[in-house]
Design a protein around this ligand. Structure first.
Ligand SMILES: NC(=O)C1=CN([C@@H]2O[C@H](COP(=O)(O)OP(=O)(O)OC[C@H]3O[C@@H](n4cnc5c(N)ncnc54)[C@H](OP(=O)(O)O)[C@@H]3O)[C@@H](O)[C@H]2O)C=CC1
Ligand SMILES: O=C(O)C1=N[C@H](C(=O)O)C[C@H](O)C1
Length: 238
């Protein structure tokens, strides 16, 4: 598979290593405004975008306009997600966005939904989310923490929204900490005066995110339409 990397920072380099080990070829590395590159000059089977929040929408939709399937893991740009999916459909392209491509986190997401279903009637417990990441991270809270909060809100009619650092009774507080060299730790806690129930996922490296993104790209290559990581991992969750 011929891969264009839209974003060649920490994740772009981790994806390159795994993709090459799986027999793929990196044909383009984009590290600045995508308009400085001519996507027509190279044959591209799939583009993988791990860039920065303010560049993601342009990167993704520029690839759609060349009918190139796109896997995107960039966080902090989701206000434009619906616009991006519309362009994907109009251009007959293919798209997968995930706030977290790690298979472990996608298992953790399923656990989070199940726990939220079980806890929604237990009024003595309050729920909160904590995420910890390295100090270079541009966005807060993390995309993964937002996904966890949205999953709880979908299951629990008493929770309407999430808030960074504080919350009203019908909201979920999300606490974001920045510590050197932490790859990504997410904890969902339910606390009462009697006890605490916690689920936690800790990434030991960027390898899990990168492997998940390459698996998603292999899955998406010959498809059209908008998908999620749950579609890619469907057989795992049957
Ligand atoms: N979904 C998931 O599983 C995961 C998502 N992420 C997300 O992926 C994104 C990237 O993370 P990470 O690699 O750690 O960050 P980095 O900062 O290491 O990499 C981002 C790269 O994008 C480059 N860049 C700047 N402008 C553009 C542009 N217009 N087009 C393309 N690239 C550009 C930056 O260059 P320069 O430094 O010169 O500005 C930098 O090299 C973040 O949003 C992060 O939250 C991270 C891990 C997992
Ligand atoms: O910036 C990172 O590093 C990560 N970002 C993603 C997020 O915002 O959830 C995924 C992972 O936690 C690493």
């Amino acid at each position: 598979m011929k891969i264009a990397l839209l974003g060649y920072g920490k994740m772009g380099k981790a994806i390159e290593e795994i993709a090459v080990n799986r027999g793929h070829e990196i044909v383009l590395r984009v590290s600045e405004d995508i308009e400085s590159y001519n996507l027509n000059d190279v044959e591209i089977d799939v583009a993988i975008d791990f860039s920065i929040p303010k560049a993601a929408f342009k990167n993704i939709t520029t690839a759609f306009k060349q009918h190139i399937p796109v896997v995107s893991g960039t966080t902090g740009w989701l206000d434009d997600y619906d616009k991006a999916t519309k362009i994907c459909k109009t251009e007959d392209a293919a798209f997968i966005y995930a706030s977290n491509f790690s298979i472990g986190v996608n298992v953790f997401f399923e656990l989070n939904k199940k726990l939220a279903q079980m806890m929604k009637g237990l009024q003595d417990y309050s729920v909160e989310i904590e995420e910890i990441h390295h100090t270079q991270k541009l966005d807060a809270p993390s995309g993964t923490a937002i996904s966890l909060a949205q999953q709880i809100i979908s299951e629990n009619p008493n929770k309407k929204n999430w808030q960074l650092d504080h919350a009203d009774k019908d909201e979920i507080p999300v606490y974001a900490k920045r510590i050197t060299d932490v790859h990504g730790t997410h904890t969902v806690s339910y606390k009462s005066t009697i006890d605490t129930i916690e689920i936690m996922h800790m990434a030991h490296s960027r390898q899990g995110f990168a492997l998940g993104a390459v698996i998603a790209a292999e899955w998406l290559k010959d498809k059209k339409g908008v998908y999620s990581m749950k579609d890619v991992l469907a057989s795992l969750f049957e």
